[in-house]
Design a protein around this ligand. Sequence first.
Ligand code: AMP
Length: 215
Amino acid sequence: MNVIFIAPPAAGKGTQAGMLSKDYNLYHLSTGDVLREVSKMDTDLGKKVKEIIDNGDLVSDELIFELLEDKIKTLDSVNGIIFDGIPRTIKQAIMLDKLIKIDYVIYLDVEKEVAMKRAVGRVMCPVCYNTYNTYFDNIDDNKCNTCKVELSKREDDTEEKFNHRFDTYLLRTKPVIDYYNEKGILHIIKNIGTKYDIYENIKSVINKGNNLWLT
Ligand code: AMP
């Protein structure tokens, strides 16, 4: 079973994809995580990718093809893949269709204001990778509750960069939603309740199959 998560920036797709990957034993492939690893490399490519991510732009479709094709080849024995953060353009969606059969597309419909707070308040422990939010969580002295180390922030999680990422999402990624809608595999999950409520809705979509819609 292969599943795609589409959502505005900071809508919680990484969290939901992580839970689903554990419960259904699926490989969680986050292109954002892969690209952040590339951006740490002291190479021309690493520097270029870092600049693009920090500015809130999209890396080229060609680079995504390369990374993805290589990655999918190494995953032929897994139960299925969750694509988190891809496709972000129509070209990527067409490319992905040529590589693999997609069973479900989960669109997390989160309002801009909510996503903005999640982005601007998002902090992460550099040791255990647990994420917190300065608006919603009790954080002691900007330190991880478990590891007690200083929490760090993504460079693209400022208000200005968020706005740019959101505009890019509207322009380039929103059309991808229509693309999957026409194929009959799109499921819209509203941002209602806690992350666990939202997760239950996602699971019920997957357990029921593709004939039912959840709006
Ligand atoms: P994310 O962690 O999904 O928010 O991704 C972080 C950043 O990585 C994005 O703002 C883009 O700069 C880049 N990125 C991730 N996935 C893609 C993709 N499929 N196509 C182009 N750029 C991407």
